[in-house]
Design a protein around this ligand. Structure first.
Ligand code: NI
Length: 167
């Protein structure tokens, strides 16, 4: 397994809508394992494939404190949403910044697991928030898109400055 470099906003690769996964081969299994290792090392609660430069509709998640509830979402879609509320959010691709946005508190997810088997699950709270965040990634969206243009511009400048300083 390997920890992969995570792309940062405003990298254009974060802005593409990812195509569905069609091949469930050894390369995909290795990628999923590397994404989990990368997410746990960051540390983060979710990671989408396009955040590590792979254009596939695949994300990994684990919202537990003990890192014992790994979830693989392949070709995910929301089939029900309810109860929008304001939550605080951050993103590994937008480092050191958090802000408040609106997310659904309840949802129903339909996706494939790492072997291509379909499943559905209902989630609420942090897990529901995280699922929406990852599906947004796979659609080429970032949570900062929900902020005002003034805030977004401030964040873009701050991250550009940090990227220059870091070489
Ligand atoms: Ni993110």
């Amino acid at each position: 397994m390997a920890v992969l470099p995570i792309l940062h906003h405003p990298d254009p690769r974060l802005r593409r809508k990812t195509p569905p996964v069609e091949r469930f081969d050894q390369d995909l299994q290795r990628l999923i394992d590397d994404m989990f290792e990368t997410m746990y090392a960051a540390p983060g609660v979710g990671l989408a494939a396009n955040q590590v430069g792979v254009q596939l509709r695949l994300a990994v998640m684990d919202c537990s404190d003990e890192h014992d509830q790994p979830l693989v979402m392949i070709n995910p879609e929301l089939v029900m949403t309810d109860d929008p509320q304001e939550v605080e959010e951050g993103c590994l691709s937008v480092p050191d910044i958090r802000d408040k946005i609106r997310r659904y508190n309840k949802l129903r997810l339909r996706a494939l697991d790492r072997n291509g088997q379909p499943y559905e699950l209902e989630a609420d709270g942090l897990m529901a928030q995280c699922i929406q965040h990852e599906i947004d990634h796979l659609d080429g969206k970032l949570y900062i898109d929900y902020l005002s243009s003034l805030k977004r511009e401030r964040i873009r400048k701050k991250l550009q400055k940090a990227a220059v300083a870091g070489g």
